[in-house]
Design a protein around this ligand. Structure first.
Ligand SMILES: O=C(O)CCC(=O)C(=O)O
Ligand SMILES: [Fe+2]
Length: 330
C-alpha cells in the first residue's frame, strides 16, 4: 500500500505555504551562477542536434530547428532525462534537502522526467489551457509533490506555470460529488486527470483562483500533484518589451519529483533500475507509474534524422545517483 502524507502540522517555513495553497516557491536553492550554468547546458544540448538551432540566433528558435517536443517546450525523448547535466541537477544538495525536509527522510527516489525550454515565439506555444492534476482521483491524500528548478527570470507576463490556488484541498470532494467524472477516459497514465473549463469554475466558485507562479533563476518551485495546474504562453506584447539576448527565453527548467524510496514496491524498484540502465525516460512519478515514455519517433511528421536513444554525455554514476534511480538500494 502506498503511504500518503497525513494532514500536516504548522512548520513555520515554506511547507506551510505548500500545504495551504498547494504550491510554493523556495528561493535561491541554486546560486545564480549555477542556474546560468544549467541554462547553458540546456541550450548546448539543443545545438547538438542536426536541425540548425543556434542559441544566439533567435530566427532559429522555431520547431523546424529544434528536436521534437510537446506543448511548446517539453522535451521527453533522445535520452535527455539521463544527460549528465540532468543528473547533476537532480543531485544538487539544495534540491535534495528541500525534498528530504518535505518527506522527513533523505532516502528518496527521483523521477526520470522531462526538461522544459520554451521560447517566446508564438508558434511554439500552445495557448489553450490544459488544467489537470497529476494524481489519480482514486488516490486519497497527498502522494506526490512535483517540482521544477527554474533557470531564467520568470515574471507574471513571461508565461509558465499556472496553479489553481488551494484546489488540492478540494479535488477529493470534487470526485466524491461527481464520481462518474473520475472514470473519464484520459490519454494514458493513471495519475492524470484533465479538467474542463466549467469544472475549474467549480473550484473558482469555492475560492480557488488561478495564479501565475513567478520565480527567479535558482528558485525551486514545488506543487502538490492534486493542485490543478497548466502552463500558459507568454503574453507577447509585454514579452517583446522585456526581451534582450538570452533573456528572451522565457521558461527554462528541469522537472523534478522526489518521493521516499519506501513508497516503492520491490517490483517497481526493479523496473525503475531497468529503465535507468537503458537510459529511458519515465513519468513524473518516482515510485509508481514506472514505464518508458513511449513517444512517436517522428519529428514534424517526418522521419527524425536526429533521433537517438542515449544521452550525448553519459552521467557519472555516483552512489547517490544510483540510489535516487532505484538501481542501488538504501
Ligand atoms: O509547464 C509547466 O510548468 C507545467 C507542466 C506540468 O503540467 C507538469 O510538469 O506536471
Ligand atoms: Fe502536470
Amino acid at each position: 500500500m502506498v503511504e500518503a502524507m497525513t494532514t500536516p502540522v504548522k512548520y513555520d517555513d515554506w511547507r506551510d505555504h505548500l500545504f495551504q495553497y498547494g504550491y510554493v516557491v523556495i528561493k535561491n536553492v541554486l546560486s545564480l551562477e549555477k542556474a546560468q550554468y544549467y541554462r547553458h547546458q540546456q541550450l548546448n544540448w539543443l545545438e547538438k542536434f542536426p536541425y540548425g538551432f543556434k542559441k544566439d540566433d533567435s530566427t532559429t528558435w522555431k520547431p523546424e530547428y529544434l528536436p521534437a517536443h510537446a506543448r511548446g517546450g517539453m522535451y521527453f525523448r533522445y535520452g535527455v532525462q539521463h544527460e549528465a547535466f540532468m543528473w547533476e541537477a537532480r543531485q544538487e544538495p539544495g534540491i535534495i534537502d528541500a525534498f528530504s525536509k518535505l518527506w522527513g527522510t533523505d532516502e528518496l527516489l527521483v523521477s526520470f522526467d522531462a526538461m522544459n525550454i520554451t521560447f517566446p515565439s508564438s508558434s511554439l506555444t500552445n495557448p489553450k489551457p490544459w488544467p489537470h492534476i497529476d494524481q489519480s482521483p482514486q488516490k486519497k491524500g497527498l502522494h506526490c509533490v512535483q517540482g521544477f528548478i527554474n533557470f531564467t527570470p520568470n515574471g507574471l507576463e513571461d508565461g509558465g506555470l499556472m496553479v489553481v490556488k488551494g484546489s488540492h484541498k478540494l479535488t477529493e470532494m470534487f470526485f466524491d460529488m461527481f464520481p462518474e467524472k473520475a472514470k473519464r477516459e484520459s490519454w494514458g497514465p493513471e495519475d492524470w486527470f484533465s479538467f474542463e473549463a466549467s469544472e475549474v469554475d467549480w473550484f473558482r466558485e469555492r475560492g480557488c483562483e488561478p495564479e501565475k507562479v513567478c520565480a527567479d533563476p535558482g528558485d525551486l518551485v514545488m506543487w502538490d500533484s492534486r493542485t490543478i495546474h497548466y502552463s500558459v504562453p507568454p503574453q507577447s506584447k509585454q514579452m517583446r518589451a522585456l526581451i534582450s539576448g538570452a533573456r528572451e527565453i522565457v521558461n527554462l527548467l528541469s522537472d523534478l519529483c522526489y518521493t521516499p524510496a519506501r513508497f516503492a514496491t520491490p517490483e517497481n524498484l526493479e523496473k525503475k533500475a531497468v529503465l535507468f540502465k537503458q537510459r529511458q525516460g519515465s513519468t513524473h512519478w518516482p515510485h509508481v507509474n514506472i514505464w518508458a515514455v513511449d513517444e512517436k519517433r517522428d519529428r514534424l511528421g517526418e522521419t527524425d534524422i536526429g533521433d537517438r536513444d542515449q544521452p550525448f554525455e553519459q552521467p557519472v554514476e555516483t552512489e547517490l545517483m544510483l540510489k535516487l534511480a532505484g538501481a542501488n538500494l538504501y
